[in-house]
Design a protein around this ligand. Sequence first.
Ligand SMILES: Nc1ncnc2c1ncn2[C@@H]1O[C@H](COP(=O)(O)OP(=O)(O)O)[C@@H](O)[C@H]1O
Ligand SMILES: [Mg+2]
Length: 252
Amino acid sequence: MPDSQPILLQVERLQVKYGNSQALWDVSLTALSGGITCIIGANGAGKTTTLNAIAGVLPVQSGKIIFAGDDITCLSARQRVQRRISLVPEGRQLWPGMSVEENLLMGCFLPQLRSRAQTNLARIYDLFPRLKERRGQLAGTLSGGEQQMCAIGRGLMSDPQLLMLDEPSLGLAPKLVQEIFQLIVDIAKQGVTILLVGQNVNYTLQIAHQAYVMELGKITLSGPGEMLLKNDHVRRAYLGIAESPGSAENPA
Ligand SMILES: Nc1ncnc2c1ncn2[C@@H]1O[C@H](COP(=O)(O)OP(=O)(O)O)[C@@H](O)[C@H]1O
Ligand SMILES: [Mg+2]
């Protein structure tokens, strides 16, 4: 992806608190249009908090969220969906007693989206033939990988410009992890900008055009995914690898 792509999302010095406990400190990041931007970090670092703040499901103390040139910091979560921002939450959060198709249609809940429901559904079934086969099956009876596909499909039903994915490979077998990452790359190729939070650091950095390392609520490092894969601190802390080739050129 060329660096000359316009900025779609710009987060500036975001501060978020839960009561008296501060979860995000001056978090700034940028997602280029059509690119895959990733945030990696340990459990509790603030990754989910960041995505929830961008989606508007958590209030921010201060800072700005600029999307497609507009300041959306004060918009409701619903207004952000209208602006074509979509979040696939951690843990999938499907309705287990509803069918695959009913779950997908829930992604199209805004009245102005409903007229496009069938078109979007057809597009999602093209992308996930397995969901088409299982369209009538209850979501709670799907395998973990299929549930994740259903959650991603539901996130795509609102035809987003920005799709945020929170730990999409959590709990999946290695072969499925690979499949989900390939799907994310395919979705980005269709022009959807991706903001991905991943605990699978190796895969995440491999597909990231731009990546951010988050530690204790702060961004501590950023760069192209391939660069962070070679970074000594990242290798030691997140990949369990002691040395990188040519580490002298590669300060943390
Ligand atoms: N609902 C909540 N109430 C209070 N503290 C929370 C809540 N959700 C998360 N936190 C705290 O905020 C910090 C960041 O959490 P989170 O964003 O979930 O991290 P990550 O997604 O990187 O694992 C952690 O210290 C966590 O304990
Ligand atoms: Mg999380």
